[in-house]
Write a protein that binds this ligand. Structure first.
Ligand code: PRP
Length: 179
């Protein structure tokens, strides 16, 4: 397979600054929280979660979930065509929870997740998302802390992949799968 170099959409420098800004806002908003639980959604969130969690200045811990999506033909507004393949290790009842995602596209994954986690009665439940594609949204989903809104292009890097490639790129780049 010939090597492709994704064109830069958001530079490494801009991402680092945004992560620092988000971490400062979150640290201020949760200044009175003695243990903020960051929930990363595998696989895509692992880079952003790693950078964000290290930039926070408040007590925090980390847990992970893994979700899988069905094909679009099986999708409905009610089930979102999402199912859980790995759950949290911890009970979150009464905990302050911040879900960390790399991307919101249609919104199905995050809206499913928020319904699922809300049912466990956390003390609070918010979301932090590195990039969203507003043009692709099919269901409303709550984004409390957002890095960047981007156009409807295929992005890679910072955890985002194209057929499992490019997740560790330090910038967000664009690929053209059809090319
Ligand atoms: C991506 C991303 C979100 C989801 C968002 O995961 O990490 O979880 O898609 O899409 P949606 O808003 O349309 O639901 P993906 O299924 O690509 O898996 P990955 O994180 O393992 O790459």
């Amino acid at each position: 397979m010939s090597e492709i170099t994704p064109e830069v959409l958001i530079s490494e420098q801009k991402i680092q600054k945004k992560v620092a800004d988000l971490a400062a806002r979150i640290s201020a908003d949760y200044a009175d929280c003695d243990d903020l639980l960051l929930v990363g959604i595998l696989k895509g969130s692992f880079i952003f979660l790693s950078d964000l969690s290290r930039a926070l200045t408040i007590p925090r811990s980390v847990d992970f979930m893994a979700l899988s999506t069905y094909g679009e033909s099986e999708r409905t507004q009610t089930d979102g065509a999402v199912r859980m393949i790995m759950d949290l290790r911890r009970n979150i009842t009464g905990k302050h929870v911040l879900v960390v995602e790399d991307i919101v596209d249609t919104g199905y994954t995050l809206s499913y997740l928020l319904r699922n986690l809300a049912a466990r009665q956390p003390a609070s439940l918010k979301t932090c998302v590195l990039v969203e594609k507003p043009e692709r949204r099919e269901v409303f989903t709550q984004i409390d802390y957002l890095g960047f809104s981007i156009p409807d292009v295929w992005v890679v890097g910072c955890g985002l992949d194209w057929a499992e490639r490019f997740r560790t790129l330090p910038y967000i780049g664009v690929v053209h799968p059809e090319a």
